[in-house]
Structures are given as structure tokens and as C-alpha cells.
Design a protein around this ligand. Structure first.
Ligand code: ZN
Ligand code: ZN
Length: 257
């Protein structure tokens, strides 16, 4: 009975969270439609990747979109106060409540998406593991070529299962090698373990036993037309479980050695 009740609560919270996310997402899309070309015209992108790191995004555009999201959530706050919250964040002090922080995240992502859409029109070549990435993390195959953020979300695309990485920050997708570890380049398939969970069909967690990194892989042939960002958030329990599993392995290894 209690378990059933808990399950119901979780489902209800998830449904509420989804509705909130959906509403913000629609606002962001609407803003991009109305204001996107104006802000895009003023963006100057680098010649090489990352084309537009998130630290270089126009602050005024982020405030504008953030304010739009606040209004949609019926939260009254001045632009000046938003600037202050942001300054605090830059100093490493997060003084925002979780809802304000998620609207801020959505605003940053929305502005980053402008650059992502512009680069998507041209596309980027398939990214292969770069052995020099350890000196230069932004050249890593899992670093988004547009905004430079690290992605841990891979998608196998229709129709033939080509693998792309999906950036949770700017939504950019780029093709990557189909086999091997994306983090350390290991081609030893026995050392790359895949876990699935019947609660989340069409999703697997890949763990590399060489470097201890993991990624989530969504099979887009089974879960086509899903919102990958929401899918990633909804399945965060898989990330926690994978992290716990890795910690456990490290602990056991230390006991043996
Ligand atoms: Zn990105
Ligand atoms: Zn690895």
C-alpha cells in the first residue's frame, strides 16, 4: 500500500514537473520565433569549435528571455534583481530558489539554441575520439562543438542506428563514432558495459571500465520523436544508479589491491 502510494506521488510529481517544463519550453520556442533572428544577427561566432561558448552568450538576450519566463510563471522581479542573482551565481553563490534557477537554465539554453540552430544548418563532420583531448577538453568528442559543454547523452538515430551526441545545454546534435568509449577512446568492447532497466525501455547506460566514465544512450528507433532533454531529466535515476555502481566497483578494486 505504502509503496503504491509512493509510486503515485512520484508519478504525480513527475507529471507536474513535466507540465512546468512544457510550459517553459513553449515560451522559449515562442521567444525564438519572435526574437531569434534579431539576437542571431548580433552574435559573433568563433571560426573553430566551440563556436559560441555559453560564457560568451549575450547577457541582455538571456535576461530578456529569463524575464519572459518569469512573467509566464507569474513571478514579478526587476531586471536589476535578475542581474544581481546572476552576479551572485558567477561568484559561486546560488541565491536563487530552484524554480528561478530552472528558469535561468532554460533562458541560457534558449539563447544558446540560436547558435546551435545556425550551426545545424551547415552541420559538422563526424567527431572522432581525439587522443589530445586530455590537454584540451573542449576538443573532446563529448564536448559540444557549439557551446563547449560536455554531453553524456547519446542517441541512436533512425533508420540505421547512427550515433549522435545531444547537447542538453544548446540542443545541438553531432555525429560521433559508433563504437568504443567516447571519453577515453578505448576500443575494448569487453570493457564497455551496457545496463538497461525495464522501467525505462529504449534507454541504456554505457559504462567504460577503463576510464570509469559513463553515458546514457537513447535508442531513437524505439523512442522516436521524444524530447531528449526531458527524457534525460526524467531518467536521472539511471545516472544516480550508475554513479553508485561505479563507486562500488572502485571500492571493491581498492579492497583487492
Ligand atoms: Zn551545446
Ligand atoms: Zn573510457
Amino acid at each position: 500500500m505504502t509503496a503504491e502510494k509512493n509510486q503515485l506521488l512520484v508519478t504525480e510529481n513527475l507529471e507536474q514537473a513535466y507540465q512546468k517544463y512544457r510550459q517553459l519550453k513553449l515560451e522559449v520556442d515562442e521567444w525564438i520565433r519572435k526574437r531569434g533572428s534579431y539576437w542571431l544577427a548580433g552574435l559573433s561566432m568563433n571560426k573553430e569549435s566551440p563556436y559560441l561558448p555559453i560564457t560568451d552568450l549575450p547577457q541582455d538576450a538571456i535576461i530578456e528571455l529569463w524575464q519572459r519566463l518569469n512573467i509566464s510563471a507569474k513571478v514579478e522581479i526587476t531586471d536589476l534583481k535578475l542581474q544581481e542573482l546572476w552576479e551572485q551565481l558567477k561568484l559561486g553563490k546560488n541565491t536563487m530558489n530552484p524554480e528561478m534557477a530552472s528558469r535561468f537554465q532554460m533562458a541560457v539554453s534558449g539563447v544558446a539554441k540560436l547558435a546551435s540552430q545556425a550551426v545545424s544548418e551547415k552541420g559538422v563532420p563526424e567527431q572522432k575520439f581525439n587522443p589530445r583531448a586530455s590537454e584540451n577538453p573542449e576538443k573532446n568528442v563529448v564536448a559540444c562543438p557549439v557551446c563547449g559543454e560536455i554531453s553524456t547523452l547519446a542517441v541512436l538515430t533512425e533508420p540505421d542506428g547512427k550515433r549522435v551526441m545531444h547537447c542538453s545545454t544548446c540542443s545541438f546534435e553531432w555525429p560521433v563514432q559508433r563504437t568504443g568509449c567516447l571519453f577515453c577512446g578505448s576500443e575494448d568492447s569487453k570493457k564497455l558495459l551496457y545496463f538497461d532497466n525495464e522501467a525505462f525501455p529504449g534507454i541504456e547506460m554505457g559504462v567504460c571500465q577503463i576510464c570509469g566514465q559513463y553515458f546514457k544512450e537513447i535508442d531513437g528507433r524505439k523512442l522516436s520523436a521524444v524530447d531528449y532533454l526531458w527524457e534525460d531529466m526524467r531518467t536521472l535515476p539511471l545516472n544516480y544508479a550508475t554513479e553508485r555502481w561505479i563507486e562500488e566497483q572502485v571500492r571493491k578494486d581498492n579492497q583487492i589491491n
